[in-house]
Design a protein around this ligand. Structure first.
Ligand code: HEC
Length: 120
């Protein structure tokens, strides 16, 4: 599976989508996102609300730092396609290309988040 994903992720963008759907039934496995390019996009577009570390800066902004890459790609793609709607995120995702989505997902998913349960 890993080798199939690598093959898909190194294919040209247009071919990649077709291959991913044909071979795997989804393109969520594609990990071709460029972390550094994603960082620049996050600085320009996402930082105000999600911070560079992916921690929401206001109560109603989701924490996305350390989130699964596939999940981030799916949510952003759903906002872009109108399957998920939110007054701010629908507009923002609508301005992102599929490469932008892969890159910002690579950035925010590479952040290491730790969790502690309440109590002793
Ligand atoms: C103007 C503020 C704002 C900006 C800028 C912004 N977001 Fe968001 N984002 C939000 C809010 C608010 C939500 C919660 C949406 C909801 O309630 O459904 C959200 C939700 C999300 C989610 C879904 C999280 C989940 O757990 O389902 C993702 C992924 C996301 N944003 C990514 C991004 C990325 C990547 C960028 C930059 C390209 C970005 N956002 C820019 C406000 C923002």
């Amino acid at each position: 599976m890993k080798r199939v994903a690598d093959f898909i992720c190194t294919a040209p963008a247009a071919l990649r989508a077709v291959l991913a759907v044909t071979l795997l039934g989804s393109c969520g496995v594609c990990t071709a996102g460029d972390v550094e390019v994603g960082r620049m996009k996050a600085e320009m577009v996402c930082q105000t609300c999600h911070g560079m570390n992916g921690r929401g800066t206001q109560a109603m902004v989701a924490n996305i730092g350390g989130q699964q890459e596939e999940y981030l790609v799916k949510q952003l793609t759903d906002f872009k396609a109108g399957r998920r709607q939110h007054p701010q995120m629908s507009i923002i995702a609508g301005m992102l290309s599929s490469d932008d989505i892969a890159n910002v997902a690579a950035w925010y998913s590479r952040i290491v988040a730790t969790f502690e349960v309440p109590g002793d």
